[in-house]
Structures are given as C-alpha cells and as structure tokens.
Ligand binder design. Structure first.
Ligand code: NDP
Ligand code: 8X3
Length: 250
C-alpha cells in the first residue's frame, strides 16, 4: 500500500482528496489546524481498510513542522506522495490598500509553509529514490487580476517552486506535478472574505464552479500514472470560466 501526506485536509480540496485516496487504498497522513475536523475526517475515512495518522499543526511554524513531520515513526517515513495543499487568500483590495497581516498570512502559508513541509519530506523521498510531490498552485499563479496582487504573487511563487523542484529533484527520480485550478466552491472564499458568507456566495452566483472532488480526481489520476510518466502542469477550470477575468454567469 502507498502512503500520501496531505496538508490542509480539514476542508475543501484536501478533505475531498483524503476521502478519495482512502477509497483507493492509500495510507494517509492528514494535517490541518482544526483538530476536531481532523478527528472527524479520521473517523469517516477509517471505514476504509487503511492506516491514518492525523497531525494537528500550523504549516507556518517551522518548529511545529519539524516537531510533527521531522521524526515520524519509521513506518510513516515511506511517503510516496506529498500533496502541498494548505493555503489561502486573505482580503481583496488594490495593493496600496492591502493589509500587512493578510500579506504575512498568505506568504507564510502558501510559500513558506509549502517550503517548510517540503524541506522535511524531500530527504525521505531522496533516500528512497522515488516520490511524487503535488503542489496546489492556482490560475492565480498563471495570471494576475485586479485585487489579486499578493495572493497571485504567492501562487506565482508556487508555480516557480514546482519548476525548481522538478529540476533539482530530477537526479532523485522525484515527480513534481503543479496543479493550477480556477474557481472551486470550497471554504476558500469565506476565508478570503474573513467569514462574510454572503460575499463568498456572490463569487459563485449564477455560475457553476469546480467542486473539490474535481481536483481530487485529477490528483488521483496524476498519482496513478506509471513510473515513467509525469504530469508536470495541469490547469483545470470550470467550463464557465475562461480565465481570471472572463466568467459566464447565468
Ligand atoms: P479551504 O479553505 O476549503 O481549505 C484550505 C485548507 O488549508 C484547510 O484545510 C486549512 O485547514 C488549511 N490551512 C490553511 N492555512 C493553514 C495553516 N497555516 N496551517 C495548516 N493548514 C492550513 O480552501 P481550498 O480547499 O479551496 O484550498 C486549498 C488550496 O487550493 C489552497 O492552496 C488554495 O490557494 C488553492 N486553490 C483554491 C482555489 C479555489 O477557488 N477554492 C482555486 C485554486 C487554488 P485549517 O484551517 O484547519 O488549518
Ligand atoms: C483561487 C482562484 O481565481 O480566485 O486560487 O484566484 S482565484
């Protein structure tokens, strides 16, 4: 049986991916800050005949990342797939009106958190001379849109880090897949609008967004390819969204 580590498994893409991978016989390390959610998810997916390790920590803290992932029990060190999914957008405003706290949260989570987790897991893959890293980037890492500024910058960084990992980890037989989705109806917009459900609902009004399961299925497809095949970069959009500024509503 293979083992996958998913960061940010307490909602959205991460949760859907945990459920799908559990059904497909992956042992799972699931992580996130909301411990109750993690425990609930563990209970649900335990019905599949798999092993689960739930780790409750904040990817922004290198101390916590090292504490939880740096000394994994021997049997959990054979990580075949790392899914760097934990991330967020905070706030929408032009860059001159952006809040420093929001910038810090996005940069610390989307860029530094991804790096911290990867830093601890890459040596385990290098040791085994195999592994697959999936980085959840965004269409915001391919384009820049009004009020997207710092979020777009963090996702451009993820895109660049996927390319860099692919080059640097080539000698070690490690696959790197960058996934760049458009709009997905998860908790993403509620977080971006800081709990304002009405504003979040407006984002998806009169259009059909992607669902978390759509991304989970793409992840499963990517990790099921034969050893000699890697999907490098996947852009996945709702049919109703051409790019970050052209949407079909109604
Ligand atoms: P959700 O808000 O539903 O899920 C985000 C997940 O990230 C949660 O499980 C959350 O867990 C976790 N997370 C956030 N901050 C931290 C942190 N500091 N430490 C640990 N875990 C953290 O959104 P999505 O599922 O949509 O987002 C997943 C990824 O997909 C993100 O990287 C996002 O940028 C990207 N994305 C989303 C799109 C969308 O339209 N929804 C489109 C393109 C990309 P907890 O709060 O429990 O810590
Ligand atoms: C989320 C997609 O278009 O809201 O990464 O930036 S978008």
């Amino acid at each position: 049986m293979k083992t996958a580590l998913i960061t940010g498994a307490t909602s959205g893409i991460g949760e859907a991916t945990a459920k799908l991978l559990a059904k497909n016989d992956y042992n799972l390390i699931i992580t996130g800050r909301r411990n109750e959610r993690l425990q609930e998810l563990e209970k649900k997916i335990k019905q599949n005949d798999i092993e689960i390790l739930s780790l409750n920590f904040d990817v922004r803290s290198i101390v916590e990342v090292k504490k939880h992932l740096g000394s994994l029990p021997e049997k959990w060190q054979n990580i075949d797939v790392l899914i760097n999914n934990a991330g967020l957008a905070a706030g929408t405003s032009t860059i001159d009106k952006g809040e420093i706290d929001d910038w810090d949260r996005m940069i610390d989570t989307n860029v530094k958190g991804l790096l911290y987790v990867s830093k601890v897991i890459m040596p385990l893959m290098i040791k085994r001379k195999k592994g697959h890293i999936i980085n959840i980037a965004s269409i915001a890492g391919k384009e820049v849109y009004l009020n997207g500024n710092v979020y777009c910058a963090t996702k451009h960084a993820v895109d660049a880090l996927s390319k860099a990992m692919r080059i640097d980890l080539l000698p070690h037989n490690i696959k790197v897949t960058n996934i760049a989705p458009g709009m997905i109806d998860t908790e993403f917009s509620v977080v971006r609008y800081k709990g304002d459900q009405q504003k979040a609902d407006e984002v998806y009004k009169n259009m059909e967004p992607l669902l978390a399961i759509d991304i989970a299925e793409v992840i499963l497809f990517a990790i099921q390819r034969p050893a000699h095949v890697t999907l490098n970069d996947i852009v996945i959009m709702p049919t109703a969204q051409a790019n970050t500024s052209h949407l079909k509503r109604g």
